[in-house]
Design a protein around this ligand. Structure first.
Ligand SMILES: NC(=O)C1=CN([C@@H]2O[C@H](COP(=O)(O)OP(=O)(O)OC[C@H]3O[C@@H](n4cnc5c(N)ncnc54)[C@H](O)[C@@H]3O)[C@@H](O)[C@H]2O)C=CC1
Ligand SMILES: O=C(O)[C@H]1O[C@H](OP(=O)(O)OP(=O)(O)OC[C@H]2O[C@@H](n3ccc(=O)[nH]c3=O)[C@H](O)[C@@H]2O)[C@H](O)[C@@H](O)[C@@H]1O
Length: 469
């Protein structure tokens, strides 16, 4: 079956870039991305490409080419559903903040709303594609809702999880390691899967397009994120051991990563992983395991989160203890707020938690991030609810120039690995800060030898301090 019209519900970090690339590579398919958030849709339609709602290297060029040709952004959800033969659901699936499974399970209310809306609007057969990350067996719930409309419309549900990482979304979409499509093991299921395979095959080699049953596909997405996050927590656990033994975590990563069975990627020690998905998806996995009574399995994966929380806390505690056990009234400059470089996304960023811990100690935080807005930073802090919005604004200031941000600082903390931080005139910064000039590098970004030579008291995740001197 040749698809001519696609709708994607959810114009976020996944829906926007994914559909832009799909539209670029399939000029004969009309792709409409819909969202209930009018501001977001306005930004996607903004003449000024610099104002797209998401910052991703290479995205502006793609949107520029496809938008208005066969790529459209709209808030008219019903019309887009009605017209489409294939509907991607790419809405958010955050951790539940209420009721059963609070703090662990995925909140599927947005998914269910989409399913109900599709059920209400559809008058012709549709293929519904789960693009959002979902607990294993969600397709069954979607199917139940869709199959009970009583209007004779037939639905096929596919699982097609997204593996892009923020900051490299465009490259990941153009040349993915693999595309995963799960479908029903039936003739109709196979036809539906094939029609999605054909769409991807316009730019991805067929051998990289994997088809499985629906449950394997849904579960593989959670497992992929759990394995990736586990590697970060594993190396972060080792970073502390390095700091006390004189080993250098960078050297350890390199040494173990050269073993082809281990591989070199995802072995960078850090202040802790962030992002909207790792924690959410592992908690979801833990919850599913518990639901099935698999307590040892649940405990095993929960440890990845426990280690990550510890790493963030440890970073903040180290700042306090190094600054003579008090940061009250001291100015601490944060370089970086995003959860990783090359994105303006701050969801679950380690910076939020480190700032919160230091603000509890009455520190004055000055933040500079090249891509994150002041509004976003305050929203992140207010969301935590640790103190009043006024107090957050009193204790934390956002500055647009890194040199001004660093003036008179008692310490500088590096929270995000933005490339530009490496290029700064660190001698100029040294001259403007309070002495001793402390730098806490949460990303192992800067040259330890150079920093010490300039005069900084430099400490970095995974290197013992005595080693720098
Ligand atoms: N952010 C990432 O890098 C990745 C995210 N994912 C998964 O993809 C899914 C989406 O994530 P993001 O794009 O980051 O979320 P997001 O929050 O950026 O975007 C979701 C969008 O869906 C819209 N929405 C919610 N309910 C709607 C409805 N009923 N009708 C129309 N629009 C609706 C929201 O307004 C929002 O703009 C999640 O399940 C996530 O786990 C998967 C891979 C990567
Ligand atoms: O489901 C998702 O949302 C996505 O989650 C991650 O992508 P993302 O969170 O965008 O970014 P990552 O590059 O995975 O980084 C996550 C966090 O881990 C940290 N990290 C990563 C790698 C590393 O070696 N060390 C480390 O601390 C990063 O700084 C960041 O805070 C996965 O890499 C994607 O495959 C997946 O699609």
């Amino acid at each position: 079956m040749k698809i001519k019209n696609i709708c994607c519900i959810g114009a976020g970090y996944v829906g926007g870039p994914t559909m832009s690339v799909l539209a670029l590579k399939n000029p004969n398919i009309k792709v409409t991305v819909v969202d209930i958030n009018q501001d977001r849709i306005n930004s996607w339609n903004d003449e000024n490409l610099g104002d797209l709602p998401i910052y991703e290297p290479g995205l502006e060029e793609i949107v520029n080419e496809a938008r208005g040709r066969n790529l459209f952004f709209s808030t008219d959800v019903e019309k887009a559903i009605d017209e489409a033969e294939m509907i991607f659901i790419s809405v958010n699936t955050p951790t539940k903040t209420y009721g059963k499974g609070k703090g662990m399970a995925a909140d599927l209310k947005y998914i269910e709303l989409c399913a109900r809306q599709i059920a209400k609007v559809a008058t012709t057969d549709k293929i519904v594609v789960e693009k959002s990350t979902l607990p294993v067996r969600t397709a069954q719930a979607i199917k139940d809702i869709l199959d009970n409309t009583g209007n004779g419309v037939k639905f096929q549900i596919l699982s097609n999880p997204e593996f892009l990482a923020e900051g490299t979304a465009v490259q990941d979409l153009l040349t993915p390691d693999r595309v995963l499509i799960g479908g029903e093991e039936s003739e109709e299921g196979t036809i539906a899967m094939n029609s999605l395979v054909e769409i991807y095959a316009t730019w991805i080699p067929k051998e990289n397009i994997l088809t499985t049953n629906v449950w394997s596909s849904e579960l593989s997405k959670l497992v992929a994120n759990a394995f990736l996050a586990q590697r970060v927590s594993s190396i972060n656990a080792i970073s502390e051991l390095c700091e006390v033994t004189g080993a250098d975590v960078g050297e350890v990563s390199r040494a173990i990563g050269m073993d082809s069975r281990i591989g070199p990627k995802f072995l960078k020690a850090s202040v802790g992983f962030g992002g909207s998905c790792f924690q959410k998806d592992i908690l979801n996995l833990v919850y599913i395991a518990k639901t099935y009574g698999l307590n040892e399995v649940a405990d095993y994966w929960e440890q990845v989160i426990i280690m990550n929380d510890y790493q963030k806390r440890r970073f903040a505690d180290n700042i306090v203890s190094t600054l003579y056990n008090t940061v009250s009234g001291k100015k601490i400059t944060f370089l970086g707020w995003a959860f990783k470089k090359d994105t303006n996304d701050t969801r679950e960023s380690a910076a939020i938690y480190v700032a919160d811990a230091l603000m509890n100690e009455q520190a004055e935080i000055i933040v500079y991030d090249p891509k994150v807005s002041e509004k976003r930073i305050y929203e992140d802090l207010d969301y935590l609810g640790s103190r009043s919005p006024e107090e957050n604004r009193r204790l934390l200031k956002v500055v647009k120039d890194p040199y001004i941000a660093s003036e008179e600082a008692h310490a500088i903390a590096i929270l995000t690995e933005w490339d530009e931080f490496i290029e700064y005139d660190w001698k100029k910064i040294y001259d403007s800060v309070v002495k001793p000039a402390f730098v806490f590098d949460g990303r192992k970004l800067l040259d330890a030898e150079l920093m010490s030579k300039i005069g900084f008291d430099y400490s970095s995740i995974g290197i013992s301090k005595t080693q720098n001197k």
